[in-house]
Design a protein around this ligand. Sequence first.
Ligand code: FES
Length: 91
Amino acid sequence: MARVEVEGFPVVEVEPGSTLLEICEDAGIPMECACGGFAACNSCRVDVLAGMDQLTPLKEEELAFLDGEGQRLGCQAEVLGDVKVRLASGM
Ligand code: FES
């Protein structure tokens, strides 16, 4: 199991392989999803506070929507192990 902590919300334990967006939706954590999870907006963007290496590798299509190296799109990043993230400001 992987521990996923979204700052300000209770820690959830999940099977590895789900995206951060799927995990937040299942846990009732209000991650925005304006484009439906197709890497076409930045509403699901997160700041990764710990465990960047426990997310699947950055995808080319994410780059246009990120402000820095410490960010990922929640709809594209699959969880492999323990991570801590913060919901970033949307569009
Ligand atoms: S929901 Fe739009 S990029 Fe993730």
